[in-house]
Ligand binder design. Structure first.
Ligand code: ZN
Ligand code: ZN
Length: 431
């Protein structure tokens, strides 16, 4: 492993990170990003797969309305996205690239590519603004570090493409849309991209590794989650003259929200429930005839999360009956729970300690998950078929917390991140 010499330069990785940072796009609308990735990977001699084959249509969740997608696609065109690739994508974002499609699949890596609905800081103290690569798009920015993940994925593709003939197995790179809100993974897994894989890796900059040169080899215990929207439809009526003729959606939603938050908890692990948004009614003197809510449940295991979600569903349906409502529940996203395997943690640790970048005292075997991440869908899929998984946290000092307007990571992490992933992949490939 020591004989490994990185080929990709820091300048190249930084340039990619900054380019994708400027063109930040939110989940399932990553048109510019996907088209550019396809061009970069094709230039390496790879044959990226885009379009409907990337994501199983029946498993796609939380896809924005057609108008929003059309606007994002038009914007991507204006910003110079490749027309042929946009056409081939046919409205579906994300991409899959195989290093050796002629060989059996061995290792899969997930790189998430979406940005967050956050207005980026436009202050001199914020490096992306000061250096002129702040997001071009109002209200959207890479405030979670996925721009760095894209650069890492491209860097790894370069490293592996140069060593293609040495590979004994196929290595697959998943450039996944819609990680935020846990929307993209399930549909990619349902399309079969993990079938036959023996190892799967995901990596995130920062999280609980917020010091330069630190590393968490394999996070444990990400929460399973279900994201869902609820709509109540009741009946409007004059609030003074004949309120008895109304069916009050506001009361239904309010009652359901309180009862969901009052659910008894599960003895087998942590659980969460949040009604994060509730809107209802049309005016002071009308019985409210509509209400909508954005909700989520989480659980230490998929079973605990399912328990929370199924009980929320029961509360919503029974509350609807009580208040004479029609109730529609729409799944908007979801993930399983998963943990990294000891076997993979050992491989990650060994590779990290062979590099001077990582400080041994800052290399931790494990840390708790950072909320939920739908990389767990890929991890659980591979674990179910007898393989193993790891979720790495790549250490970087952070200018501010994830998802905040001033979020930024130290670009110094990019070259060692690529080297680490390449070393892990090559060591897995050799056994
Ligand atoms: Zn995030
Ligand atoms: Zn993230």
């Amino acid at each position: 492993m020591n004989a490994y010499t990185p080929l990709i330069s820091r300048e190249r990785l930084t340039a990619w990170r900054r380019l994708f940072h400027r063109h930040a796009e939110t989940g399932m609308a990553e048109f510019w990003t996907t088209a550019r990735l396809a061009e970069e990977l094709t230039a390496l001699g790879l044959s990226p797969v885009v379009g409907e084959r990337v994501s199983a249509a029946e498993a796609r969740m939380g896809v924005p309305d057609g108008e929003i997608l059309d606007a994002a696609r038009r914007r991507a065109k204006r910003e110079g996205a490749s027309r042929p690739w946009l056409e081939r994508m046919n409205g579906v974002t994300g991409l899959v690239a195989d290093l050796r499609p002629d060989l059996p699949l061995h290792t899969v890596l997930r790189f998430d590519i979406d940005a967050v609905d956050v207005q980026e800081s436009l202050r001199e103290s914020h490096l992306p603004y000061r250096e002129g690569f702040a997001s071009l798009h109002e209200g959207i920015c890479h405030a979670c570090g996925h721009d760095g993940h894209i650069a890492m994925g491209l860097g790894l593709a370069h490293e592996l493409a140069a060593r293609q003939t040495e590979l004994k197995h196929n290595v697959r790179l998943l450039f996944q849309p819609g990680e935020e809100g846990c929307r993209g993974a399930r549909a990619m897994a349902a399309a079969g991209w993990l079938e036959g894989a023996r190892h799967v890796l995901a990596a995130h900059i920062g999280m609980w590794a917020d010091e330069d040169r630190s590393l968490v080899c394999g996070a444990q215990g990400f929460l399973a989650t279900t994201k869902f929207d609820v709509e109540f439809a009741g009946r409007a009526a004059h609030a003074g003259a004949e309120p008895q003729k109304g069916a009050n959606s506001l009361l239904a939603a309010a009652s359901a929200a309180l009862n969901m938050h009052a659910l008894p908890r599960h003895g087998e692990g942590d659980s969460r429930v949040t009604v994060g948004r509730l809107e209802a009614g049309s005016g002071r003197n009308t019985i409210p005839a509509s209400a909508s809510m954005a909700c989520e449940t989480r659980g230490a295991t998929s079973a605990v999360n399912d328990y929370m979600f199924e009980h929320c569903r029961a509360i919503l349906e029974h509350t609807a009956a009580m208040y004479e409502q029609r109730c529609r529940i729409r799944l908007m996203g979801g993930s399983e729970s998963a943990s990294s395997d000891e076997s993979m943690i050992r491989v990650v640790r060994e590779a990290a300690l062979s590099m001077p970048w990582f400080r041994p005292e800052l290399v931790r075997d494990t840390a708790p998950g950072f909320g939920s991440d739908d990389a767990c869908v890929h991890m659980a899929a591979v674990q179910r078929q007898g393989g193993d998984a790891a979720y790495l946290m790549l250490g970087s000092r952070l200018a501010a917390g994830h998802h905040s307007p001033d979020f930024d990571f130290n670009e110094d992490v990019l070259p060692p991140a690529v080297e680490l992933l390449a070393k892990i992949v090559l060591s897995l490939d050799a056994c």
